[in-house]
Write a protein that binds this ligand. Structure first.
Ligand code: CBF
Length: 829
C-alpha cells in the first residue's frame, strides 16, 4: 500500500512539473498566468493594482509549497507543537516581507522590470491587514515571523475580522473614525478552507443525564454558529519553514437554519444567519479595556472554541491518549483574551472525552502558559458572571468548579485569610459578580510571563503579589522584541545594505546578536559618511510623504523628532505638545542672534485615539491647533514645524521610523509594560528620548545611558510624588504653557478646558508637571548633541549595535526553551 501511495505521489509530482521555479522568466510566466486566470484581466492590459494582485498570487503559490512541506514534515516528526492564541495580529502588508523571507526579491524585481513594472510601486498597492490595536498585536506579528524563522513547529490562531482597526480621518483637527473594510478588494494572502469548519455553540441550558451508569453534564445550546478557517502562510527567513496563522470567520450554521425552516420561521432564520456573521465582523478598537460586552465575549469564545476543536482534532489524529497532550501540545494565552480556553478544554476533556475531572485538570495545568501585557490591576479583564452564565452556561459551572478547588487548596496553604482569599478568587464578589480572567489564567498556567524585567517586578510586587507569593516559580519575564526582518530589511533597505557591507555578512538577519559587530567601526569616518547618507535618504522619503499628505515642506537639516503610538494619557503625548509650545514660546522671545543657534526641529506626532476616549481625542485636536499656529508663523519659519501624521499604521511606521533622528517614549514610569516602538527606532539608528519605563531600562543596560536622553521620575518615586498632590512643585514654564492653552492662545479654550484640568496641580495623575523640567533639559541635551554630528552618528551606530537583544528571535527562543519546551523542526530543502 505504501509503495502504491508513493508511486501515485511521484506521478502527481512529475505531472506538476516539480516545484515552482524562481528564475525571472518563470516568475514572469506565473505573474502573467495569474493576470489572465486569477485576476481575469487580459495579459495585454492590466494596471498596477491588477499587477499587484497577480504578483501576490504568484508569491502565495510559492508560500503554499513550503507551507505544505512544513506541515507534512512536522507531522511526520511528531514534534511538539506550540499553539499561539491571540485575539489580535497586526500583520501590516505581506508582499515585501514574503518575497524577502523567500529570498527571491531580486528575481522578482527583475521579472517585473522586464514586464514594465516596478516592485516598489506594486508593493504600495497593498493595504494593511490591521487586525489589532497596537503593541500587543504587532508583537504577535513579530513573534510569528520569528517562530517561522527559527523553525519552531507553531501555529497562530486568531479572528478574521472583516473590519480591522478603524481608519483615522482628521477633519478640522478632530479625529473621525471610518470603517476599515480591508477585504473590499480581496485578500490574496489568505486561503479559505471551506472544509475546515467547526460548530460553535452559545446560550441554552445544561442538563444532567445518565450515561453508562454515570451522571454526565450535557450542554443543550440555544444557538450554533459555524467557524470557517482562513489560513495565512507565514514564511521564515533563510529556511523552507512556513507556518500557519489560522484566522476564523463566523458563518451561519446550516444545522441551525434547518431547525428554523422546519418551524416555518423563514424570515427570522435569514435574520439569524446575518446575526451569526456579526461575531467576526469588527475588531474592538480600545487597546486597554475590554469590559463586559456581550459581542466581545462571543468573539472570545468563538475564537477559543474553534481553535481548540481544531487542535484537539489534530491531536487525536496523531495520538491515542490524552496523557500525551502535555508532551505534544503547548497552548499560549496571549493576554487574558483567550483565557476561556481553559474552561473550554476542560469541557471537551470532561464532557466530551469523558476524562475524570482531576485527570483532565492535571493535564490542562501542564499545557497552558500565559503572558500578560498589562501593568495596572485596574486594567485587567473581567467578565460579568450573569453575562457569562447566559452565553456559556456550562462554562460558568466549570469556572465555579475550578475556583472552588482552587479556594480549597488555597485555604490549606494560607489558612482562612479571607481578604487574601477574596483577592485571589477567580470569582469577584460585589454588586456585580465578575470572573477575573487574569486570575483564571494564572491558576491554570504553568508559567506567567511579564514582557520586560521591570514589568515582572511590578507583577511580583503589585499586580499579582498574592499569586507570586503563592507560586514564585511560575513568574518569569521575556522581554519583548521586534523582528529585524520587518523593521530593518523591509522598511530600511539602505540601512540593511550598509550593515551587511560593514559586517561583511547578511547573517545578522537571522542572528541579530551580530549587530554588535558594528561597534568595531564606530570611529570609522567613512562608515560615518555612509551612515549619514542612509539617514538622509530616509529623511527625504519621509519629507516627501509629509508634503504629499499635508502640503507642508520641511527642511532636511532639521532634527526629525517623532512620537508615534496609540494616544493615551499615560503615554503623555500632551507632555510632548507642551514641550513644543514651550519651545515656540522661547523662540518668540529670543533675539535674532540667539535664534541662529537654535536647532531646527520637525516634530512629528501620530497615533489613534480609541473612539470613546474623549481626552485622547482632545490631545489630537490640541496637536492640530498648535501646529496651525506654529506652521503659519512666518517669524519662526523652519526653526519649528509640527506635523500630525494621520492614520498611523504598520506601513506608515515603516516609512516614519527609518526617517527619524529622535524618538520620544514618554510614559509615566511604571505604566508601560514594555514598549516595542522604542526597539524599532533603536534598530533604525534613531536616538531615544525616554523615561526609565518598561523595556527602556534594558535598552539603557545595552547601549549605556550616555547614548540616549533620559528624564522624569523613576518608578519607585511615582507613588510618593502622587501623594504630594497639590503640594508638588511644578516648574513655572509648565504653568505658563498650561495658561497659554487655557487662555485660548491656540483657540478652542472651552474645548481644551477639561484637557487642561487633567494636568492641573493636584489632579496631575501622570505627573506631567513634575516631569516637565527634566523633559525640557533632556530636549536641550538632544539639541546639543545634534549639532555635533560625529557624536550623534556614534550614538546612532551604538544604538543599532546594541539592538540585537531586542530581536523577537531572542524572545521566541526564550519562550521555546524555558516555557513551551519545543524544539526547532527544520523542514529539509
Ligand atoms: O507587550 C506588547 C505591548 O502590549 C501593550 O501594548 C498592551 O496592549 N498592553 C503594552 O501597553 C505595551 O507596553 C507592550 O509593549
Amino acid at each position: 500500500e505504501l509503495g502504491e501511495r508513493r508511486a501515485k505521489a511521484e506521478r502527481m509530482f512529475s505531472l506538476m512539473d516539480g516545484f515552482l521555479k524562481n528564475d525571472p522568466l518563470s516568475l514572469q510566466k506565473d505573474i502573467l498566468h495569474h493576470v489572465e486566470y486569477t485576476v481575469a484581466r487580459s495579459r495585454f492590459s492590466f494596471d498596477d493594482f491588477e499587477a499587484y494582485q497577480a504578483l501576490s498570487h504568484s508569491v502565495r503559490d510559492r508560500l503554499i509549497e513550503r507551507w505544505h512541506d512544513t506541515h507534512i514534515y512536522v507531522k511526520r516528526t511528531k514534534s511538539k507543537r506550540l499553539y499561539f492564541l491571540s485575539l489580535e495580529f497586526l500583520m501590516g502588508r505581506s508582499l515585501s516581507n514574503s518575497v524577502i523571507n523567500l529570498g527571491i526579491q531580486d528575481q522578482y524585481a527583475e521579472a517585473l522590470s522586464q514586464l514594465g513594472f516596478e516592485f516598489e510601486v506594486l508593493a504600495e498597492q497593498e493595504g494593511d491587514a490591521a487586525l489589532g490595536n497596537g503593541g500587543l498585536a504587532r508583537l504577535s506579528a513579530c513573534q510569528m515571523d520569528s517562530l517561522a524563522t527559527l523553525d519552531y513547529p507553531a501555529w497562530g490562531y486568531g479572528l478574521r475580522y472583516e473590519y480591522g482597526l478603524f481608519r483615522q480621518v482628521i477633519v478640522d483637527g478632530f479625529q473621525h473614525e471610518q470603517p476599515d473594510y480591508w477585504l473590499n478588494f480581496g485578500n490574496p494572502w489568505e486561503i479559505e478552507r471551506i472544509h475546515v469548519t467547526y460548530e460553535v455553540k452559545f446560550y441554552g441550558t445544561v442538563e444532567e443525564v445518565d450515561m453508562n451508569g454515570e451522571r454526565h453534564k450535557v450542554w443543550i445550546p440555544g444557538e450554533t454558529v459555524e467557524a470557517v478557517a482562513y489560513d495565512n502562510p507565514i514564511p521564515g527567513y533563510g529556511t523552507r519553514n512556513t507556518i500557519n496563522l489560522r484566522l476564523w470567520a463566523a458563518k451561519p450554521s446550516n444545522q441551525f437554519d434547518l431547525e428554523a425552516y422546519n418551524t416555518g420561521d423563514y424570515i427570522n432564520s435569514v435574520v439569524n444567519r446575518q446575526r451569526a456573521e456579526t461575531i467576526s465582523n469588527v475588531l474592538y478598537p480600545d487597546d486597554r479595556s475590554h469590559q463586559g460586552k456581550e459581542l466581545r465575549l462571543k468573539q472570545q469564545y468563538f475564537f477559543v472554541s474553534a481553535s481548540l476543536q481544531d487542535i484537539v482534532r489534530r491531536f487525536k489524529e496523531e495520538h491515542n491518549s490524552f496523557d500525551e497532550l502535555p508532551d505534544k501540545v503547548a497552548l499560549h494565552l496571549n493576554d487574558t483574551h483567550p483565557s476561556l480556553s481553559i474552561a473550554e478544554i476542560m469541557r471537551i476533556l470532561v464532557d466530551e472525552e469523558h476524562l475524570g475531572w482531576n485527570k483532565a485538570w492535571d493535564i490542562v495545568c501542564k499545557i497552558f502558559s500565559f503572558t500578560t501585557h498589562t501593568v495596572v490591576a485596574g486594567g485587567l479583564e473581567k467578565i460579568p458572571v450573569d453575562l457569562l452564565g447566559s452565553l456559556l452556561p456550562r462554562h460558568l459551572q466549570i469556572l465555579y468548579e475550578i475556583n472552588f478547588n482552587f479556594m480549597e487548596e488555597l485555604k490549606k496553604r494560607i489558612g482562612l485569610d479571607y481578604n487574601r482569599l477574596s483577592r485571589m478568587s477567580i470569582v469577584e464578589e460585589g454588586a456585580v459578580k465578575n470572573i477575573r480572567m487574569a486570575n483564571l489564567a494564572i491558576v491554570c498556567s504553568h508559567t506567567v510571563n511579564g514582557v520586560s524585567k521591570l514589568h515582572l517586578d511590578t507583577l511580583k510586587t503589585r499586580t499579582f503579589k498574592d499569586f507570586y507569593e503563592l507560586w514564585p516559580e511560575k513568574f518569569q519575564y521575556k522581554t519583548n522584541g521586534v523582528t529585524q526582518r520587518r523593521w530593518i530589511v523591509v522598511s530600511n533597505p539602505s540601512l540593511c545594505a550598509l550593515i551587511s557591507k560593514w559586517l561583511g555578512t547578511e547573517a545578522w538577519i537571522r542572528n541579530a546578536d551580530l549587530l554588535a559587530g558594528l561597534r568595531d567601526h564606530v570611529d570609522n569616518t567613512d562608515f560615518h559618511q555612509e551612515w549619514k547618507m542612509v539617514k538622509k535618504v530616509n529623511k527625504m522619503r519621509l519629507a516627501e510623504y509629509i508634503e504629499t499628505m499635508s502640503g507642508l515642506k520641511v527642511s532636511l537639516d532639521a532634527m526629525f523628532d517623532v512620537q508615534v503610538k496609540r494616544i493615551h494619557e499615560y503615554k503623555r503625548q500632551l507632555l510632548n505638545i507642551f514641550g513644543i509650545i514651550h519651545r515656540y514660546d522661547c523662540l518668540k522671545n529670543m533675539d535674532k542672534n540667539d535664534r541662529r543657534k537654535v536647532v531646527p526641529r520637525v516634530c512629528i506626532i501620530g497615533g489613534k485615539a480609541a473612539p470613546g476616549y474623549e481626552i485622547a481625542k482632545k490631545i489630537i485636536k490640541l496637536c492640530h491647533a498648535v501646529a496651525e499656529k506654529i506652521n503659519n508663523d512666518t517669524d519662526i519659519g523652519d526653526l519649528l514645524k509640527l506635523v500630525f501624521i494621520p492614520d498611523y499604521n504598520v506601513s506608515v511606521a515603516e516609512l516614519v521610523i527609518p526617517g527619524a533622528d529622535l524618538s520620544q517614549h514618554l510614559s509615566t514610569a511604571g505604566h508601560e509594560a514594555s514598549g516595542t516602538g522604542s526597539m524599532k527606532f533603536l534598530m533604525n539608528g534613531c536616538l531615544l528620548l525616554a523615561t526609565t519605563d518598561g523595556s527602556t531600562v534594558e535598552i539603557i543596560e545595552e547601549i549605556g545611558s550616555e547614548n540616549l536622553f533620559l528624564f522624569g521620575a523613576k518608578v519607585h518615586e511615582v507613588a510618593e510624588l502622587r501623594e504630594k498632590g497639590s503640594t508638588l512643585k511644578i516648574p513655572l514654564q509648565f504653568a505658563r504653557v498650561l495658561r497659554m492653552v487655557r487662555d485660548g492662545y491656540f483657540g478652542y479654550e472651552d474645548y481644551f478646558k477639561s484637557l487642561c484640568d487633567t494636568v492641573e496641580v493636584g489632579n496631575d495623575f501622570y505627573l506631567l508637571g513634575h516631569d516637565f523640567g527634566s523633559y525640557v533639559e533632556a530636549q536641550a541635551a538632544a539639541d546639543k548633541a545634534f549639532v555635533e554630528p560625529e557624536k550623534w552618528i556614534k550614538m546612532s551606530i551604538l544604538s543599532v549595535a546594541g539592538s540585537g537583544i531586542f530581536s523577537s528571535d531572542r524572545t521566541i527562543q526564550e519562550y521555546a526553551e524555558r516555557t513551551w519546551k519545543i524544539d526547532p523542526c527544520r523542514c529539509p530543502l
